[in-house]
Design a protein around this ligand. Structure first.
Ligand code: GLP
Length: 266
């Protein structure tokens, strides 16, 4: 697990955007699975800025939705599609035909979950999975207690998650109680996983994710098992990490290893 700690969320967002842009510039039809929520908004804004500066062409980028609320249609203002439309499709040249959604109103729930899994397989797997983190440790909508090997399926939302969504939906009774989310096993099969967290309100979650035990009671802790997991966090979100200084040094010193080897006094 690589912990990338930047002074501000803007700087952390710049770093992950650099990574996304270089993947998109190198790979034909890169498959990127993206979350909704407040945290990644600054990243999408910076992706749009990079596009407008002519640094990247997203026309062949394939975007997957990480999750979707159950019971709402694609054109609902709170759907993942509306979120992608507002923050990505309208701001970049991502082709709407290259957006792979989860249907929140399928005729058959199990078939829809199976279809999503098959789609990921047909696309050749996820190149990079971007994640936020819930304060209760959820990734996607895999709430505490989720099987660490789970596949895409229907899940109930925890009360704390529903409380956080009241401002989006406008009233507690309008918040859907269920969703479809990529499973933890599905997420863990992505070639690379990058989790974003900013601000003091995510500090406890980041501490448990990085330095806590791996357990289904805190789903994000499973990222400790991913060989290519990176965390892009700001100083506030990093503030409770016991090994914070080491993580910073380890990341910053990586670029000096070649130079060190060239000069190493053996
Ligand atoms: C939502 C999403 C997650 C997101 C998380 C954190 O419930 N399903 O993908 O990462 O909550 O949200 P926020 O970034 O708004 O704090």
């Amino acid at each position: 697990m690589e912990i990338i700690i930047e002074a501000t969320k803007e700087m952390a967002a710049d770093k992950i955007v650099e990574k996304i842009v270089s993947l998109v510039n190198i790979k034909k039809y890169p498959v990127i699975s993206l979350p909704s929520g407040k945290t990644p908004l600054i990243v999408y804004q910076k992706m749009a800025e990079a596009y407008k500066r002519g640094e990247v062409d997203f026309s062949e980028t394939l975007v997957l939705a990480l999750d979707e609320f159950l019971g709402i249609p694609h054109d609902h203002p709170c759907s993942t599609f509306s979120y992608f439309q507002e923050n990505l499709i309208n701001q970049t040249n991502i082709d709407p035909r290259n957006i792979y959604l989860i249907d929140g109103r399928p005729t058959n729930l199990k078939s829809e979950c199976r279809r999503v899994e098959e789609q990921i397989r047909d696309l050749g797997g996820i190149d990079i999975q971007i994640l936020g983190i819930g304060r209760d440790g959820h990734i996607g909508f895999n709430e505490p207690g989720s099987s660490l090997t789970s596949r895409t399926r229907v899940k109930p939302l925890a009360q704390s998650t529903r409380d956080n969504l009241v401002s989006l939906f406008g009233a507690p009774e309008k918040v859907p109680p269920f969703c479809i989310t990529l499973g933890i096993g599905t997420i863990m099969e992505a070639d690379q996983v990058a989790l974003l967290a900013f601000g003091n309100e995510k500090a406890t979650a980041i501490k448990r994710c990085v330095e806590g035990p791996i357990c289904s009671a805190f789903p994000a802790s499973i990222l400790q098992m991913h060989p290519e997991a990176e965390l892009y966090i700001d100083e506030e979100a990093a503030s409770l990490l016991e090994q914070r200084d080491f993580y910073k040094w380890a990341h910053e010193s990586k670029s000096t290893i070649e130079e060190y080897m060239a000069k190493a006094p053996l």
